[in-house]
Design a protein around this ligand. Structure first.
Ligand SMILES: [Zn+2]
Length: 100
């Protein structure tokens, strides 16, 4: 069972592209359209749009990390908290003084 939405089986495809919890995060940061295909296709399609591709990869990472945290630490973050984490990671990445 998916620990993010608690509605469906936890498959890789569900986790990154179909989970309603994840889809809401993609929607709020305007990446939902990219996730209508297989995740690898979405990443490849954005090959020449490095900013969008970076945003998508960081979003997928934050969703995956939240999935692991829910399982191993038994804590849940909200959509808002995860979107803030995406923003912080993207900001750090673009900051040459940042550690990311
Ligand atoms: Zn789910």
């Amino acid at each position: 069972m998916c620990v993010m939405c608690r509605q469906d089986a936890e498959t890789a495809r569900h986790m990154v592209g179909q989970c309603p919890f994840a889809v809401e995060i993609y929607r709020r940061i305007d990446m939902a359209t990219e996730m209508r295909t297989q995740p690898i296709d979405a990443i490849l399609r954005l090959e020449h749009n490095k900013k969008a591709r970076g945003t998508l990869l960081v979003t997928m990472f934050v969703i995956w990390r939240e999935r692991c945290t829910r399982i191993f630490r038994d804590t849940d973050k909200t959509h808002e908290q995860l979107i803030e984490e995406v923003a912080q990671l993207l900001h750090r990445r673009s900051d040459p003084a940042g550690e990311f």
